[in-house]
Design a protein around this ligand. Sequence first.
Ligand code: GAR
Length: 203
Amino acid sequence: MLNKINIAVLVGGGGTNLQALLDAADRGEIPSGNISLVISGKEGAYALERAKKHNVPTATADRKWYEKQEDFEEAILSSLKENNIRLIVLAGFMWILSADFIEKSGCKIINVHPALIPSFCGKGFYGLKVHEAALEYGVKVSGATVHFVNEIPDGGQIIMQKAVDVLDDDTPETLQKRIMEQAEWKLLPAATQKVCEELIKES
Ligand code: GAR
């Protein structure tokens, strides 16, 4: 039986969700996992700096470097294998991974999405676009979802969700910030620990 699951966090932007994971791990809230690797899909992403400050090894596979999706995914797969990764956490990783990648990785994959799935999700709904769509629709409640990743974008089994109020004077930016603070940064570490615990039980 394994006692800790090696986790790779895949990022692409500012990395505040990565920071929430690193801070939770420091507080002892992810006892069943070890954040062993951070992979960025974008060269120079600030998330990489956050990883380095925490002495977590990093790798970059910039989508722009590869003509084909397959080659991009192969680069990520080889970093995963080298580090014996069992759980992939997508935290602001904006590229859709193929069914072939999911199968070849041999890992469980989870993602944080900044809305209450099945609302405002799927292809094209990422980052601020999600909050723009929520405000345009006029919903009074939004939130965040952590779910397993399968071949359907944002279509895998839901692990945790948390609702957050939408205020009358919200902009996409203020709504994004509130959803991160009240939902994403809490849910993602909790869901990561839950999945690691389950993986240990299965091992
Ligand atoms: C987060 O709000 C995350 O939920 C979202 O991008 C932001 C990344 O911020 N992800 C998606 O929209 C995926 N569909 P971060 O880099 O500061 O964690």
